[in-house]
Design a binder for this molecule. Structure first.
Ligand code: SF4
Length: 213
């Protein structure tokens, strides 16, 4: 059984898949407590389902074949690997959004990974497991920095060179309401950084606090 916070269908609000219809499976529980966390409700278990029940729910949204497994931190529950296999066997394209602190070794290669490197503004800097870089595929998997201000921006810029991240898909996202996208855009343009500015699309379409979108 997996512990869940919600399953819903909406538009993908982040990553290079932004804007596409997508089914979200939000698992409950997280090993971090980021200052800006906008899914605190996922710390607690809302309901439980086995893999067949989850698949049944996901199949209600056919012909959509794009699924994101997120949290919380989805890799906290080891049963998630069975869910991944099950979804793959039914030809779903699987996105996995993970906070980068747990080993990705067991995550199958066919999963499209979106991995955080936490910045100081989150209160969880230093949590990224550097050895995870060997399990990420350049030109496909995505590395995300969520930035609260200039200090975070400088931190992220240093990490790009320290970890030699050029060639990966790098996302720079703002903490909504804290860092103005226009400021971040200006910095990226000035520094000619090989990164993609990411806004959380769902927060602009719907209310920033709205759940299940
Ligand atoms: S890793 Fe994600 S879910 Fe966990 S505390 Fe940080 S922002 Fe919230």
């Amino acid at each position: 059984m997996l512990k869940l916070a919600e399953i819903f269908y909406s538009l993908q609000g982040e990553s290079t898949f932004v804007g596409l219809p997508c089914i979200f499976i939000r698992l409950a529980g997280c090993n971090l407590r980021c200052s800006y966390c906008d899914t605190k409700y996922a710390y607690l278990v809302k309901f439980q389902m086995n893999n067949d029940e989850i698949l049944q729910k996901v199949q209600q949204y056919e012909p959509v074949k794009l699924v994101e497994i997120t949290g919380g931190e989805p890799l906290v529950q080891v049963e998630v690997y069975h869910l991944i296999q099950k979804l793959h066997s039914q030809n779903y394209k699987i996105l996995l959004e993970t906070n980068g602190t747990l080993l990705l070794k067991q995550v199958p290669d066919y999963v499209h990974k979106i991995v955080d490197i936490k910045c100081p503004g989150s209160g969880e800097a230093g949590s990224f497991k550097e050895e995870n870089l060997q399990f990420l595929r350049k030109n496909r998997d995505e590395i995300k920095f969520v930035l609260s201000g200039r200090d975070d921006y400088e931190f992220a810029r240093r990490k790009i060179s320290e970890y030699n991240l050029r060639g990966y898909k790098i996302l720079f996202s703002t903490v909504f309401g804290k860092l103005q996208p226009a400021r971040l855009a200006k910095w990226i343009i000035e520094d000619k950084l090989p990164v993609r500015l990411q806004l959380q699309l769902h927060k602009y379409i719907w209310s920033p606090d709205k759940k299940g979108v």
